[in-house]
Ligand binder design. Sequence first.
Ligand SMILES: Cc1cc2nc3c(=O)[nH]c(=O)nc-3n(C[C@H](O)[C@H](O)[C@H](O)COP(=O)(O)O)c2cc1C
Length: 177
Amino acid sequence: MKTLETICSRKSIRSYTGEGITQDELKQILTAANASPVGMGRYDEMHLTIVTNPELLRKIDQAGAAMFGKPDIHPLYGAPVLILVSTKTPANKKENVAYSNAAIIAHNMALEATELGIGVCHIWGAVAAVAASPDIIKELNLPEDFIPCCGIVLGQTDYKYEPRDIPADRIEKNIIE
Ligand SMILES: Cc1cc2nc3c(=O)[nH]c(=O)nc-3n(C[C@H](O)[C@H](O)[C@H](O)COP(=O)(O)O)c2cc1C
């Protein structure tokens, strides 16, 4: 796929067959993460956690559902892989670079997953629940002072990506000449 074709084909996949991804596919998705731009080149302030442990995925799914106040939902959609993007806790709450870094890394991975035909969805809600759960944080074995900001779920899907018609005015704009 060409870049714009991949971008227009990506959509949030919320239905998974339960089948995982190959090591080779994971490697390519992680290459996309590592190729991401990061503010001031501070790659050492970012961290990736690949979670495939079914018990931990279940706990995160449940924590997300509890946070939404809807115990019956599955905010990880039964996907077999979750990649969390964590950052060193910003010294100043107004500091937005760390969170932006995390989002860009997550999206680079999402685009590569799309290119590979793998189901992918950005996950912020359940990750906020993870960040608020000291028990789950402990199980993630993160470097000291790091917090998970966002993540993607991944897995095989029956959905076949194809370029979507994207409304040109979905995001309002103004032009200053
Ligand atoms: C910052 C961010 C957070 C998101 N969080 C979630 C989430 O927690 N759960 C979810 O199912 N989708 C999440 N999404 C997906 C959006 O709902 C989705 O991208 C948007 O509705 C547009 O649909 P599309 O991705 O199919 O084009 C998130 C997307 C972004 C960019």
